[in-house]
Design a protein around this ligand. Structure first.
Ligand SMILES: [Zn+2]
Length: 305
């Protein structure tokens, strides 16, 4: 990885240098040196992929961290859309009492943010046409179309989210995990979370926590089940584990997670049965109702098998 990207494969690849810088700045120098001495490769490999998303990142047999750029592009897209939806589609409308449970696409900015979401989701194997790479260069993006402040907000959150993914893989190495198990994955999430949160400057903490939460929520978009199978924790459980570690009254953390889960539900036609947001709710209160609903969805799926 390096910061020079004159002609990136996906626009999001222009942020590689920033991610690496963040990763190195939050790493304990001595731990990192020891990891390298114990065999971790210094190289982080960016896998350029023109196919559909099938992987996020992995530690390979040569102890190199691999990251897949089609997932990265998708993840940037949902950072952009969720932040803009939350700010312009909900918070701004709550002030004038125009928000009625659903985000209305009544401005060009909101419509375009929805297009960014559709383009990103079009990289998954979801039966819809695969989004062409050129589409991402036409829409708002960090490389050639920095058209509003939300691109910058999305970039910042995205870089911390990708840093979390790097720390997750790095933790598999330092914790000497030899395979993916539910416990190992939870340990890697927890180690990555605490490395970042304990190492970050106070003024950057909120952005970093948004990064961690959005990165974990991005993982549920692979399918409609939330299931982690035998080797991974369920997607909703991974998000909840982080939320439980956050001792904060900053309700926007819960807000952005709720929006992302609603976007996921929308993609998989599950949103009709979703609980309604009422005016008295804080996002934290609403998220409790939402996560309990997700548990019911999972139980129903299991019972129908
Ligand atoms: Zn893992």
């Amino acid at each position: 990885m390096n910061g020079i990207t004159p002609n990136p494969h996906f626009p999001v690849n222009a942020l590689l240098g920033n991610i690496l810088e963040t990763f190195l700045s939050l790493n304990h120098e001595i731990d990192f040196k020891n990891a390298i001495l114990s065999g971790l490769s210094r190289k982080i490999i960016l896998k350029q992929s023109d196919s559909r998303i099938f992987n996020v990142a992995e530690l390979d047999f040569e102890n190199r961290i691999n990251v897949y750029d089609n997932f990265c592009q998708f993840y940037w897209c949902i950072c952009y859309t969720s932040i803009l939806f939350y700010d312009k589609g909900i918070l701004e409308k709550l002030q004038t009492e125009q928000f009625k449970n659903h985000i209305k696409l009544d401005t060009e900015e909101l419509k375009e943010a929805y297009e960014v979401f559709l383009a990103g989701i079009g990289l998954f194997a979801n039966g819809k046409p695969l989004t062409s790479r050129s589409k991402f260069f036409e829409l708002p993006n960090p490389f050639n179309n920095v058209k509003n402040d939300y691109v910058g907000f999305a970039n910042a959150v995205y870089c911390y989210g990708m840093t979390f993914i790097l720390f997750h893989e790095y933790s598999h190495f330092t914790l000497e995990h030899i395979e993916s198990t539910v416990n190992n994955e939870k340990e890697a999430d927890s180690s990555a979370f605490w490395t970042m949160v304990l190492g970050i400057d106070e003024e950057k903490e909120k952005t970093a926590v948004f990064g961690i939460l959005t990165a974990l929520t991005a993982l549920i978009f692979f399918d409609s089940t939330l299931s982690g199978g035998l080797s991974y924790p369920d997607g909703d459980d991974r998000i909840l584990d982080v939320l439980l570690n956050i001792d904060s009254e900053y309700d926007n953390y819960w807000g952005v997670v709720c929006i992302l889960i609603k976007m996921w539900a929308f993609e998989y036609n599950l949103d009709a049965s979703f609980p309604i947001v009422t005016e008295s709710d804080t996002w934290k209160d609403y998220s409790e109702v939402l996560f309990s609903h997700l548990r019911t969805l999972k139980d129903n799926k299991k019972n129908n098998r």
